[in-house]
Ligand binder design. Structure first.
Ligand SMILES: Cc1cc2nc3c(=O)[nH]c(=O)nc-3n(C[C@H](O)[C@H](O)[C@H](O)COP(=O)(O)OP(=O)(O)OC[C@H]3O[C@@H](n4cnc5c(N)ncnc54)[C@H](O)[C@@H]3O)c2cc1C
Length: 671
């Protein structure tokens, strides 16, 4: 693969990375991470204190390969321009106020420079800060064995699934020769449910998935999983760079990498969808029955709480906040694979696509192929199949029905590429913008043991009438994801904080967003998510952050770290009211999203939605949407169960039409 960056550009980036994670004395490190010398071998402590990213094997190589594979050429060009400016005299003057290039400055000056970009009023400087600093931290965490030792992150081997279904995949040419009643695009939460329902009804079903299937012959670790099982190696973000977009891109989609939380849509959301979009289904017993059905298939059961979740529940109790257990799709018997659910859950304990829906679909005769669907093909306004790209070649796969289940980022992109004339496609993406709040405790918090997310605090879920506001849950604490989101406040301070990982409780403030964005196509025909967190939603997150911090304080945290841009951490003894007021009034530097929804929303009125109440796409016939993109708005709770229930309803309609032979003209007259 050609290298994305020249040696000079890499040198400049290494100068940034070595400022972000600098070399320091052992004494300085121990001052910032008291107790470390008693917990970790002193030689490891010394290695960690001295280590800088530029000397960690793998960082330079991954910098080239990761960005080349996952960043659009224009984004790489943007980064190269910045790096060029940082190296040249006049560019340096513009960026730093000095003719001396960034990499030739002493480290203290470089650090000051990065901190000033972090809080600059000029968005370009903030963007430079966000991209370079986060990249440096992420690459370091992905590659350093030493930092893992310091974190005492040594995951035990996970027992492999006893019964593992041996999926077989067709080649693209074999798939092109097959005769299919329906093609399903995407094997994620929605696609898996639809595949099972349709195959079990006797339809000839082909599921096309662009991500790979990994058998469980080894335990996959976090850096490997992030690179191979996630959309764009987790480098995808909204166009303004403010929300990192995390989604599965693997056989089973999000259900393969998600955290097993299996909540059902709350009453306010169901009633709102029924009234606002003319969709009585959501207020009906049938919707409840569909949610109960998907939970039964996955063996959704009561959880066992790990230390992190016990702490969250106790913090909520001490504050008098509303709280609840979160059931798990764990096949009737809770499992605790040590956060490996996010790496594909090789224990098989989590019953997502691979261990439930897709296996059942395969047993009923569904077939699978790995390929990227580029467009749906039409004869007039009737779907006649899809065109896929594989190994650089396009191939047509004919079918009279296409079920779109590529997730809320890709499904609208596929429909837009297919030139369907329907202005609501992609018009309303919701993201559940999320932030971490970290509490640092004297005692060990066993951050990566047991199940990830088994409790929820819903005290702030209705800050804006209609059921909009944040829920507070425990977040994944695997090193790369959890510590990449830890705000940077200077090199030495950050290195000290990373060393406190095993004493942290990581909470996520996850907000039901009232306002939405839009999915469009970029110049390469790929999805571009245009979304900025609105003032209402940001305010709700900030209020939720104060609530999360209050629980951490009630639990006895020594330090509380939040993501507000430029907000210092709270340390035991600091004035609480002054600090919480700052948190409440400061927007976070950035957000994450693992819940993309509603970009092809369902509505009884074509003016309001891309799909009709059966999930059939307005404006054409033979196309249905059966993934989280068909939800009317954000679901409030973690959306897997809700999306699966809707996918089941959509598939039921497709099956009924197929059985009755009546679905031919569906949707075409309605736009
Ligand atoms: C890290 C993480 C943790 C989560 N935790 C939870 C949780 O605990 N509980 C919960 O309720 N929800 C959780 N979610 C969210 C939940 O998993 C998603 O909302 C759900 O999986 C969305 O289902 P979907 O069918 O819309 O899309 P996905 O499950 O994302 O599936 C879409 C699939 O389509 C494929 N695809 C896309 N375009 C194409 C194309 N053109 N050709 C071929 N294939 C294509 C993709 O590769 C992907 O595999 C989590 C998500 C993530 C990422």
């Amino acid at each position: 693969m050609p290298k994305a960056f020249t040696r000079d550009e890499v040198r400049t980036m290494m100068a940034v990375f070595d400022t972000v994670i600098p070399s320091m004395s052992v004494e300085e490190l121990l001052k910032r991470a008291p107790g470390l010398a008693e917990e970790v071998d002193i030689d490891v402590v010394a290695d960690y204190a001295a280590e800088v990213p530029s000397k960690v094997p793998g960082v330079r190589e991954e910098l080239q390969s990761l960005l080349a594979a996952h960043l659009a050429p224009e984004k790489i060009a943007e980064l190269k321009t910045v790096l060029g400016l940082m190296r040249g005299y006049f560019g340096s003057l513009a960026l730093t106020g000095s003719f001396t290039p960034f990499e030739s400055q002493p480290i203290a000056v470089r650090e000051k420079q990065l901190l000033s970009w972090k809080t600059s009023v000029i968005p370009t400087y903030r963007k430079i800060y966000d991209s370079l600093v986060k990249l440096g931290i992420a690459l370091y965490l992905r590659n350093s064995a030493t930092v893992r030792k310091v974190m005492r992150y040594d995951p035990k081997p996970v027992p492999l699934a006893e019964s593992y279904f041996g999926f077989e995949f067709l080649t693209v040419s074999q798939a092109a020769e097959g005769r299919w009643d329906a093609i399903i695009v995407g094997s994620g939460s929605g696609g898996g449910v639809a595949a099972k329902a349709m195959a079990e009804a006797g339809m000839r079903v082909l599921v096309i998935e662009k991500g790979a299937h990994y058998d469980h012959s080894q335990t996959y670790d976090e850096p490997w999983a992030l690179e191979h099982m996630y959309e764009c190696g987790v480098l995808r973000a909204t166009e303004d760079g403010s929300v990192g977009l995390v989604a599965g891109s693997v056989f089973g989609g999000g259900s393969t990498v998600n955290w097993a939380a299996s909540l059902q849509a709350p009453a306010a959301v169901r009633e709102g969808w029924a009234k606002e979009f003319g969709l009585p289904y959501f207020a009906s017993p049938q919707f409840q029955a569909d949610m109960d059905y998907v939970c039964a298939v996955m063996g959704v059961c009561a959880p066992t709480h790990n230390v992190q979740n016990q702490m969250l529940l106790e913090g909520a109790r001490r504050m008098g906040y509303t709280r609840a257990d979160v059931p798990q799709n764990a096949g009737g018997a809770p499992h605790g694979c040590g956060h490996n659910c996010a790496n594909g859950c090789v224990s098989g304990g989590k019953k997502g696509g691979v261990h439930a829906w897709l296996a059942d679909a395969a047993r009923a005769g569904a077939r699978f192929v790995r390929a990227n669907v580029r467009r749906i093909d039409f004869a007039g306004r009737a779907a006649v199949g899809v065109t896929v790209l594989h190994d650089g070649r396009e191939t047509s796969l004919p079918a009279p029905r296409v079920i779109v289940a590529g997730g809320s980022i890709h499904s609208p992109a596929l429909l837009l590429r297919s030139r369907v004339r329907n202005p609501r496609i992609g018009a309303s993406i919701y993201l559940h913008p999320t932030n971490y709040v970290y509490g640092v405790f004297k005692e060990d918090t066993h951050p990566t043991e047991g199940q990830i997310l088994t409790s929820v605090v819903s005290e702030f879920a209705n800050l804006t009438p209609g059921g909009y506001g944040p829920r507070i849950e425990t977040g994944i604490m695997q090193p790369v994801v959890s510590m990449s989101l830890l705000p940077w406040a200077g090199g030495a301070e950050h290195k000290g904080r990373l060393a406190r990982h095993s004493h942290m409780l990581g909470l996520i403030v996850i907000t039901r967003d009232k306002d939405c964005g839009r999915v469009k196509l970029d110049a390469h025909g790929e999805p571009a998510v245009h979304y900025s967190v609105s003032a209402t939603d940001a305010g709700n997150i900030q209020t939720g952050t104060v609530g999360a911090a209050a629980m951490l304080r009630a639990l006895g945290a020594q330090e509380i770290i939040v993501c507000g841009r430029g907000v210092p951490s709270w340390k035991d003894g600091d004035d609480w009211d002054t600090w919480t007021e700052l948190v409440r009034t400061t927007r976070p530097a950035s957000y994450g999203s693992a819940h993309q929804m509603a970009s092809n929303r369902m509505s009884a009125r074509p003016a309001d939605g891309a799909c009709d109440p059966d999930g059939a796409l307005y404006g054409v016939s033979g196309v249905w949407v059966a993934d989280a993109s068909v939800l009317p708005t954000s679901s409030g709770v973690n959306p897997m169960v809700t999306s699966m229930a809707v996918a089941h309803k959509v598939a039921r309609g497709v099956v009924e039409g197929w059985q009755a032979g009546t679905e031919g003209a569906r949707g075409s007259a309605k736009l």
